[in-house]
Design a protein around this ligand. Structure first.
Ligand SMILES: *[C@@H]1O[C@H](CO)[C@@H](O)[C@H](O)[C@H]1NC(C)=O
Ligand SMILES: *[C@@H]1O[C@H](CO)[C@@H](O)[C@H](O)[C@H]1NC(C)=O
Ligand SMILES: *[C@@H]1O[C@H](CO)[C@@H](O)[C@H](O)[C@H]1NC(C)=O
Ligand SMILES: *[C@@H]1O[C@H](CO)[C@@H](O)[C@H](O)[C@H]1NC(C)=O
Ligand SMILES: *[C@@H]1O[C@H](CO)[C@@H](O)[C@H](O)[C@H]1NC(C)=O
Ligand SMILES: *[C@@H]1O[C@H](CO)[C@@H](O)[C@H](O)[C@H]1NC(C)=O
Ligand SMILES: *[C@@H]1O[C@H](CO)[C@@H](O)[C@H](O)[C@H]1NC(C)=O
Ligand SMILES: *[C@@H]1O[C@H](CO)[C@@H](O)[C@H](O)[C@H]1NC(C)=O
Length: 401
């Protein structure tokens, strides 16, 4: 169960910005804003209009319920798995098309091949040459050789999450000629480096929860169309200057849960969503985010940040919409830009509430656009807020304290 805090329009905007044709539960690990017990005992003060969508319980619908053929209009399959949706025997009995053993071939989508959740040690033989969407997740596949995909020339999605691939067994030549490939997912494998022979047309690369400690030189050089790169839950210590060179369209970069100790410099200037939570950062200086002029969503929770280690103006980025600094050791509220709409500061050590963090001045056009402010799990109380708060935080919809 999940409780939605962001207004629907906001969620939609974000979804659009990240994975246009993705079919995964992209939001699954994102904002279960009420997952922490802290919230239960927090006093929720609501100012102004209630959020229409606040506290609405929404169900994950992408893995069930939606018939596969509905999204056919959108031009891509709508589900990553047929598990539990349809009886495979029905396909076998009704589908005249040749279907490899251990796979399901939906009649409605002749170019999609579902061979997921089988415990298979190898990629099935006899894959149709016309395959465009290949689902191989949750198997026991330990290698991807160059010969297996050699006759498939129009592959668009290759989903290999939850297998046993290593950087040594992922043949460098296997993906080289896949000029149509736009999604390559290999989350939860045993890769130790980012492969360096990815096809140039790739739009999403998901390599979360591997053991990646390095990026091969030039790995991203040609990936001018890549918009989403997931590398969370790996063992990266640094991103050096040339590592991400070439990623001129990158929108979302997830580096959470690595071994990064300082915010990498030279990140692509196109980035709008930067996630660095669950790294032990030594601090943030005034240049930590310079060059990221489009940055809207910045997540830095569980980073061990202290107020002394955070430069007072580091978040003075006029593009910023959402800032997550929850679960750190901050004692004061940092200065944030007036454009900011969502500020998460729960579970810090904040003792004072100072209006200048939000408004340097208050006037007809000078006020904070803040909608949601979370301060629960701190040492600050509602009584510490002055009454002129309302002139600065004019658009505030919810404050958790
Ligand atoms: C996967 O392979 C390993 C050994 O290679 C084996 O021990 C394990 O049982 C296999 N898992 C499945 C689900 O078949
Ligand atoms: C690819 O096509 C050739 C020629 O039709 C055939 O001999 C070969 O077995 C095919 N390879 C695979 C992996 O399907
Ligand atoms: C890739 O294409 C080139 C040129 O068409 C060909 O020589 C090479 O054998 C192909 N590699 C693989 C792994 O299919
Ligand atoms: C990148 O995307 C553009 C626009 O969709 C497309 O024309 C171009 O061919 C793509 N580049 C590659 C290398 O596929
Ligand atoms: C960060 O770590 C916390 C505590 O270990 C965990 O609950 C949370 O899921 C992690 N988040 C990410 C994005 O890795
Ligand atoms: C950061 O601060 C230093 C010294 O305070 C200053 O020289 C430098 O120009 C500042 N850099 C930026 C990007 O503001
Ligand atoms: C904060 O950002 C604004 C707008 O970009 C700029 O005018 C101002 O000088 C910045 N303040 C500091 C102290 O860096
Ligand atoms: C709030 O912060 C400003 C600037 O940091 C400081 O001058 C002022 O004294 C603070 N006000 C209170 C009430 O602490």
């Amino acid at each position: 169960m999940r409780v939605q805090l962001l207004p629907r329009a906001e969620r939609r905007e974000k979804e659009k910005a990240t994975c246009l044709c993705s079919a995964t539960t992209y939001y699954k690990d994102f904002y279960p804003a009420v997952s922490m017990a802290l919230f239960c005992c927090a006093l929720v003060v609501r100012l102004g209009v209630f959020l229409s969508a606040s506290a609405t319980v929404i169900a994950d619908t992408d893995y069930g319920g939606v018939p596969l053929w509905i999204d056919r209009m959108l031009g891509e399959p709508s589900v990553l798995s047929l598990q539990g949706r349809m009886n495979p025997a029905w396909f076998r009995a009704n589908n005249p098309q040749i279907c490899p053993q251990h796979c399901d071939c939906p009649i409605q989508w002749p170019t999609a091949l579902y061979c997921d959740h089988r415990g298979q040690a190898d990629i099935p033989d006899g894959l149709p040459d016309t395959t465009q969407y290949l689902f191989l997740q949750h198997n026991n596949i330990s290698s991807l050789s160059s010969s297996v995909l050699v006759n498939i020339t129009e592959l668009r999605w290759l989903i290999l999450d939850h297998n046993q691939l290593t950087s040594e067994t992922l043949d460098r030549a296997s993906l080289q000629n896949q000029t149509q490939l736009c999604y390559f997912f290999a989350n939860n494998n045993h890769l130790t480096s980012v492969p360096d022979v990815l096809p140039a047309g790739l739009r999403q690369l998901r390599l979360a929860h591997n053991q990646i400690s390095s990026i091969r030189p030039g790995a991203f050089q040609k990936l001018h169309n890549l918009t989403l790169l997931l590398l969370q839950g790996n063992r990266l210590q640094t991103i050096t200057e040339g590592d991400l060179r070439g990623l001129i369209s990158l929108n979302l970069l997830h580096l959470g849960g690595n071994l990064i100790s300082s915010v990498p410099r030279h990140l692509p200037s196109s980035i709008q969503q930067l996630y660095l939570s669950n790294n032990s950062l030594s601090g943030l200086d005034n240049g930590s985010f310079t060059g990221l002029q489009k940055l809207k969503y910045l997540r830095l929770s569980h980073c061990g940040l202290t107020s002394a280690g955070v430069h007072p103006w580091v978040f003075n980025l006029s593009s910023l919409v959402e800032l997550d600094l929850s679960y750190n050791k901050l004692t004061t509220i940092p200065t944030v830009p007036s454009s900011l709409q969502y500020l998460y500061l729960e579970a810090n050590e904040i003792q004072e509430f100072n209006m200048t963090s939000f408004c340097r001045e208050v006037g007809p056009l000078s006020y904070s656009r803040m909608k949601i402010l979370r301060l629960d799990g701190n040492k600050v109380s509602y009584h510490q807020m002055s009454s002129d708060l309302i002139y600065c935080l004019r658009e505030l919809e919810s404050i958790y304290i």
